[in-house]
Write a protein that binds this ligand. Structure first.
Ligand SMILES: [Zn+2]
Length: 750
């Protein structure tokens, strides 16, 4: 039995060895043929190919490529440069034949001891051979090709020819290929003039130019440069005095020019382009993006980008004209398709040439009230409805901070608001109470479900938007309100192909159900009030007329002005502020500073679009509520005792004043209101005070697919069991359970 197994094993192994040998032979033949076709060194190391980025219509929009290389003969490269590169990359360069067995074994030993790859075993000849292969796979095939080509190079060319080609090809980071471009880029001098510490820094960059770049990782860059200097000393290339002087020399700071920052393109879309480049580099490495000839399919919409940039820069110009002290004002804008998450336009600042820092994707700022919809959505998920009345808003929140209590202040705070009205006027106390009721950790959980990746503080002031978020993530969170509760991950790149047209990367739409479709509908209903007559009414003043919803945000001292708003088909967020947070201007509310820019962009972006809005889900009902008792109204509730209403000041809905958007007029409070409720949250009782035997009032009109206009909806209230209910008058109602177990409502006078 054992013998049979052994025989079978030997047969299988022999067959395996023959197959492997045949493969190896065929492979070697193909490499040699390939090598023989390459007549010269420069053909071995192919010239860079341009990476092209296409817009959403498939037209070329941007390109990434290496600047024309400036090759120099070895005689015009500083001796220190040659010494430094050989010291760290290939000290036995002049004695080996393409492969350095001592180096390979030494590297393997060190890697095993370190448990990771700390040193590569490749000679300069091998590295040059590797540059000939742009395929990304790190396979043994690739390694064998590399060794075979290296051997051929050594046979065919002199050591100085190989070294010269290497120095003119190698990547030094920041878009610099070749020693001449790197010397001029980092130090502003030709490669012939490189001093010892400069040469050592460039040699240090060869191993990992992106990770060790002096402007992004100065400590790592310095440490690695000093290692090169010590190796040069060990190998007798420099004196002790040279070493000490070089160790003390500074490395270049971030002010030097990066070749990667210069593109051939028109002026539009620089921030979009830079964000695409950053994402590509993190996926494929700078080398492949700048030389690999990738075909990149993006979500870029050039026409919308143009409008977006105009909206931001013209709004900044208007504000600076009014408030010259705000001359450094910055702005950003993100516009996306809420269904797919496709980012159509991205503005990261007023001027890319002046500052490439992207304020839409990189800046984390407090969101102010623009964060409140996330708290409200969590509350609706937990059984609150737009018509729910929030009471005792003037009561401090307990157990907060060292003082033990907290009562947020705001532009206008009353002791009670319906949920709808509180969101419309952006009441801080209502948001704080809702957050307390829902729980901070639950609210943070919902924020994460809605795609907020930034870390949020688990504190009561989160209700006022003290968490710091990016414009992109906050805007994307609103996509759930815009599309039946499905939150979309923003994307700029949909697909990447290699030069042969093979898809090497693909980004599917990423959508997850973050909140229920009913919550999303109710949020849109409430947020449409903000645009039609709330803090964002300036959108209507600016002439944007399509049905839309959104929320403004303003932070302490008017340091940030936000507006995130949407139609069912286009979602756009805008932010304005100074890079170092400071007041934009007195009264610089989101509704004043940000909304006009949003409206200008949206007007252009939706030109010719038809008015569209959401159909109400089946489980949403409009219910008439008696304000006094907070339960379903009877016909009699509409004709309440005049005395009860007399003390309530009667105001008329006025045209919203454009200059003071955060202080809208308070409408009258009729005794009966209608608002939307999810079926499960409708108060079950009818009003016990007015007309006991009367039947409930039928809702005036069924839910419809048209946007809810504020004038048609009045705040409603629900009774909280056992709680005392105060009204705006001196009357109040108490729900009491008698000894007989029956519930009674008692009207009392204060
Ligand atoms: Zn009533």
């Amino acid at each position: 039995m054992q013998r049979k197994v052994l025989t079978a094993a030997i047969v299988v192994m022999t067959a395996g060895i023959w197959v492997a040998a045949w493969h190896a032979a065929a492979f070697t033949v193909s490499i040699v043929a390939e090598l023989d076709r390459a007549a010269t060194l420069t053909a071995i190391a192919p010239r860079a190919q341009t990476t092209i980025v296409f817009d959403r219509a498939g037209r070329p929009a941007f390109s990434f490529f290496v600047e024309q290389r400036s090759d120099v003969p070895l005689a015009r490269v500083s001796r220190h440069m040659v010494d430094a590169v050989l010291a760290v990359e290939d000290r036995r360069f002049y004695s080996h034949h393409g492969i350095d067995p001592i180096r390979v074994l030494g590297a393997a030993y060190r890697n095993v001891r370190a448990g990771r790859i700390v040193q590569g075993g490749s000679t300069i000849t091998q590295q040059l051979a590797r540059a000939a292969q742009l395929t990304p796979e790190r396979t043994y095939h690739r390694k064998i090709r590399e060794i075979l080509i290296a051997g051929r190079l050594e046979e065919r060319y002199s050591k100085s020819q190989i070294l010269e080609e290497y120095l003119n090809t190698v990547y030094f980071g920041e878009g610099y290929y070749g020693v001449e471009a790197a010397a001029r880029g980092y130090f502003g001098k030709p490669a012939a003039d490189l001093a010892v510490p400069e040469a050592a820094l460039l040699a240090a960059l060869v191993r990992s130019p992106s990770n060790d770049a002096p402007c992004t990782a100065p400590k790592r860059a310095t440490a690695r440069r000093n290692l090169v200097l010590r190796l040069m000393r060990q190998q007798g290339k420099i004196t002790d005095g040279d070493l000490q002087a070089a160790l003390a020399a500074p490395i270049p700071d971030a002010s030097h020019q990066t070749a990667a920052g210069r593109y051939a393109s028109n002026e539009t879309g620089m921030y979009f382009q830079e964000e695409v480049r950053r994402q590509l580099v993190s996926m494929f490495g700078a080398d492949r993006v700048l030389r690999g000839g990738l075909r990149v399919y993006s979500t870029y919409d050039p026409a919308l980008q143009h409008e977006a940039e105009r909206a931001v820069t013209s709004r900044i110009a208007q504000i600076v004209k009014m408030r010259p002290r705000a001359r450094d004002l910055q702005g950003s804008l993100v516009s996306m398709d809420p269904e797919t998450g496709d980012v159509l336009a991205l503005v990261g600042g007023r001027d890319f040439e002046a500052s490439s820092f992207n304020r839409a994707t990189q800046a984390r700022r407090q969101a102010g009230s623009a964060f409140k919809p996330i708290i409200y959505a969590a509350a609706l998920e937990r059984g609150y409805a737009p018509g729910t009345l929030l009471r005792d808003l003037d009561a401090p929140i307990s157990a907060v901070g060292p003082s033990g209590v907290w009562l947020p202040s705001g532009e206008h705070e009353r002791s009670e608001y319906t949920v709808r009205r509180a969101l419309k006027v952006s009441s801080n106390r209502a948001a704080a109470q809702l957050l307390q009721q829902v729980g901070v950790s639950t609210a943070v959980h919902y924020a994460q479900r809605l795609g907020i990746d930034s870390e949020l503080p688990q504190v009561p002031s989160l209700a006022l938007g003290t968490g710091e978020v990016t414009l992109l993530e906050l805007t994307a969170a609103y996509s759930a309100f815009a599309t039946s509760g499905m939150v979309a991950r923003p994307r700029l790149i949909t697909r990447v192909e290699d030069p042969e047209g093979r898809t090497i990367w693909f980004a599917p739409e990423q959508r997850t159900q973050a909140i229920s479709a009913t919550t999303a509908y109710l949020m849109s209903s409430m947020l449409s009030d903000v645009v039609s007559s709330g803090t964002a009414a300036n959108a209507r003043v600016a002439g944007f007329s399509l049905p839309a919803a959104g929320k403004t945000g303003t932070t302490d001292e008017y340091a940030d002005a936000w507006f995130i708003g949407y139609t069912p088909h286009l979602l756009t967020g805008v932010w304005f502020g100074l890079d170092r947070p400071a007041p934009i201007m007195r009264g610089g509310f989101g509704g004043v500073v940000a909304v006009p820019a949003w409206a200008q962009f949206m007007r252009q972006a939706t030109k010719g679009a038809k008015a569209d809005w959401y159909a109400a889900p089946a489980d949403v009902e409009r219910v008439a509520i008696c304000r006094l008792t907070g339960v379903r109204a009877t016909e009699a509730c509409r004709h309440q005792d005049a005395a009860a209403a007399a003390s309530v000041p009667t105001l008329v809905d006025a045209v919203y004043p454009a200059a003071q958007p955060e202080t809208p007029t308070e409408p009258a409070e009729p005794p009966v209101y209608e608002d939307l409720f999810q079926v499960g949250s409708i108060p079950p009782d009818t009003c016990p005070i007015h007309g006991v035997a009367a039947s409930p009032v039928a809702s005036a009109e069924p839910s419809s697919a048209t946007p809810l206009v504020d004038a048609a909806i009045r705040p409603a209230s629900v009774i909280s069991p056992g709680a005392a209910i105060r009204t705006g008058t001196r009357l109040f109602v108490e729900k009491v359970t008698g000894d007989d177990g029956l519930i009674r409502y008692v009207v009392k006078q204060r």
